[in-house]
Design a protein around this ligand. Structure first.
Ligand SMILES: [Zn+2]
Length: 263
């Protein structure tokens, strides 16, 4: 299977300025899955020669704009221009139903056009198409945020989504061959509700994926993400890289990385 990064950026300022792209992640296995299609997802897809109509499922982990804004357009691709009821849409409670003043962020019009929709909460699993996915606990300012663990034939790809470090979180990633971590800040320069590099080191002392990918960089990570990844690798012994826009990872018996645009 392949993992395409349609953006390595995240957070308000990087999203606003597009210093890094914010189009989310595509998982291309037996089915084609778009995770967190933020601003610019459709543009980045076009530039990466990925046909939006070639989408079988869309997952949105929470109701923040850098994770959901292009979902409607990707759903329109998945449903072949809203002409065919097909595909899967899954999101946190805030995304689909709304929770407090968070969401809902997907219209009923679009939900009615997808083949099946699922409200994800930590621990819930969805078996659909040719894969199984488990929703993972997260601690984020949207309290209904979930991480995701996809079980593909080639192995498990887990994604933390936005979360701060909490005791026991690493258990969720035990099966992962590839672990994608949203790390908004370098070193120990922690902000609430997010991971920094120091937190990643704690996680990777507890679980050992074959490859860890730092992703979803805020302003302070620009220009230093590669060095931060090297620090994590030196401290933990886990092969660690920084995501870049249009980076591609191919996982079969081995895991190969094709670099993207480094900024
Ligand atoms: Zn967020």
């Amino acid at each position: 299977m392949e993992i395409h990064f349609l953006g390595s950026g995240g957070g308000r300022w990087v999203t606003l300025t597009q210093r890094l792209r914010t189009g989310g992640i595509r998982l291309h296995a037996e089915a084609k899955v778009h995770v967190d299609p933020g601003p610019g997802a459709v543009l980045s897809m076009a530039q990466a020669d990925i046909n939006a109509l070639d989408t079988d499922a869309v997952f949105v982990t929470h109701s923040h704009p850098d994770h959901y804004t292009d979902s409607h357009v990707v759903i329109e691709g998945m449903t072949r221009g809203m002409r065919t009821k097909r595909g899967v849409f899954a999101g946190s409670r805030s995304v689909i139903l709304g929770e407090g003043d968070a969401g809902p962020v997907v219209t009923r019009y679009h939900l009615h056009k997808v083949g099946e929709s699922h409200v994800l909460s930590p621990g819930s699993t969805v078996s659909t198409l040719s894969f199984r996915v488990r929703a993972l606990p997260a601690r984020h300012s949207d309290p209904t945020t979930v991480g995701l663990s996809f079980e593909f034939e080639d192995g498990v790809v887990a994604y933390t989504s936005d979360t701060e470090y909490f005791q026991g979180m690493s258990q969720s990633y035990e099966e992962a061959r590839v672990l994608i971590l949203n790390v908004i800040r370098p070193s120990g320069r922690r902000i609430p509700w997010h991971l920094c590099t120091k937190d990643v080191i704690k996680i990777l002392e507890e679980v050992k994926p074959e490859l860890a990918i730092l992703n979803h960089f805020g302003m302070n990570m620009i220009g230093v993400a590669g060095k931060e990844a090297q620090k994590v690798q030196n401290a933990t012994g886990v092969r660690t890289i920084a995501a870049s826009d249009f980076m591609r990872v191919v996982m079969n018996e081995s895991i190969e990385v094709e670099a993207g645009e480094v900024r």
